[in-house]
Design a protein. Structure first.
Length: 125
């Protein structure tokens, strides 16, 4: 399964990517929301998006809003060092960016994608 990981902090993205790849996921890293949108437009096989909240120009929450407005119904995980409050678009999951993020991220991705594969084929789209 393909995971798009969006983070302007390349070190954090690479670290999370290693853990996800060790769990069998194919990971595509995008360093900006604009690059992520281009990846999603050109790759229909992306099963899940993980995005950092705090990024220059377009935040992870803005990216989620744009995707949902365009019909994206696949899981979306938002990463943030601070708790999310007063948000209008709710991600499928929020994972705190800290020293244990990569391990927790694998668990969350496993759960979300397991739930996706349990849905009837037409319900997931």
């Amino acid at each position: 399964m393909r995971v798009l990981l969006v983070d302007d902090d390349l070190f954090a993205a690479e670290l999370a990517s290693v853990f996800l790849e060790m769990s069998g996921y194919e990971v595509i890293i995008a360093e900006s929301a604009m690059t992520a949108l281009a990846n999603i437009d050109s790759d229909n096989d992306i099963d899940l998006v993980i995005s950092d909240f705090h990024m220059p120009d377009i935040t992870g929450l803005d990216l989620l809003e744009m995707l949902r407005a365009n019909g994206w119904s696949k899981p979306f995980i938002l990463l943030s060092a601070s708790e999310l409050t007063d948000i209008t678009v709710i991600p499928d999951c929020w994972v705190q960016k800290d020293e244990n993020m990569a391990e927790r991220l694998v668990v969350v991705v496993n759960e979300l994608l397991a739930n996706q594969t349990l849905l009837p084929a037409n319900a997931a789209e």
